[in-house]
Design a protein around this ligand. Structure first.
Ligand SMILES: Cc1cc2nc3c(=O)[nH]c(=O)nc-3n(C[C@H](O)[C@H](O)[C@H](O)COP(=O)(O)O)c2cc1C
Length: 213
């Protein structure tokens, strides 16, 4: 374990076990304005890069945004681009809860709504799209990061709706992201200001289970 990760463990009395974090993690959409310090952000990235990676490629790279004005600018771009993007996914939304979908659309229309829920920190994971497993590698790193944050009492939420805006030339040039790097997994992180809502899960669908006779 790296030195700053060890320091972080001392800061938190008793980090949750892996299973506790898996079952307790929920997407957090309300945050206090408290900023995250550099050692916390580094500890989360260290946890992220412990994820499995196809042929040990470790293709990921991290973009950290802790400037509120920049987050608001990207949010505004995201709100504009997501409305167009969402039109391509009508079928997917048709299967979702109608009230939830319309609440989502309504939120995106509100000028006050920030797609990053006013979280203090955005950690976006991206990579050069060089192989078939780069996307999987980035998402596995993202889940590690979210579980580590949960174990330490921090909140996170994937912000898929910001992907097109983060990959726009304007945002890439503003944040210094090379044009051939694709942002795949944007995760907000912060101190939760309220307990996240319980979200149920369907039982696992098992299509086939072959056992020896
Ligand atoms: C790929 C991906 C994209 C997501 N994008 C968003 C988003 O743009 N905005 C948001 O509020 N939540 C987003 N979420 C969070 C999901 O809505 C959330 O994970 C889901 O409702 C289950 O709730 P839970 O994470 O609390 O278990 C995203 C989750 C994933 C995995």
């Amino acid at each position: 374990m790296k030195e700053h990760a060890r320091t972080l463990h001392h800061l938190h009395e008793r980090p949750l076990s892996a299973l506790d974090a898996i079952f307790m993690r929920r997407s957090v959409t309300a945050y206090t304005p408290q900023p995250l310090d550099e050692s916390t952000v580094r500890a989360l990235m260290d946890a992220a890069v412990q994820a499995p990676t196809a042929t040990h490629t470790e293709p990921w790279a991290f973009i950290v945004v802790q400037d509120r004005a920049a987050l608001e600018r990207i949010s505004d771009r995201a709100k504009g681009s997501w409305v167009k993007e969402a039109a391509h996914y009508r079928e997917l939304h048709a299967g979702a809860d109608a009230a939830m979908t319309s609440a989502f659309v309504e939120r995106f229309a509100s000028p006050d709504f920030c797609v990053f829920y006013d979280a203090s920190t955005l950690i976006a994971i991206g990579a050069r799209p060089l192989g078939p497993f780069v996307v999987a590698d980035c998402w596995l790193a993202a889940e590690n990061l979210m579980l580590a944050a949960c174990a330490l009492g921090l909140g996170t939420c994937c912000i898929g709706s910001a992907v097109p805006a983060l990959n726009s030339p304007d945002t890439k040039s503003e944040l210094g992201i090379p044009s051939d790097v694709e942002i795949i997994a944007p995760i907000i992180v912060g101190v939760p200001s309220e307990t996240a809502t319980e979200v149920s899960r369907k039982d696992p669908t098992v299509l086939s289970w072959t056992r020896a006779e």
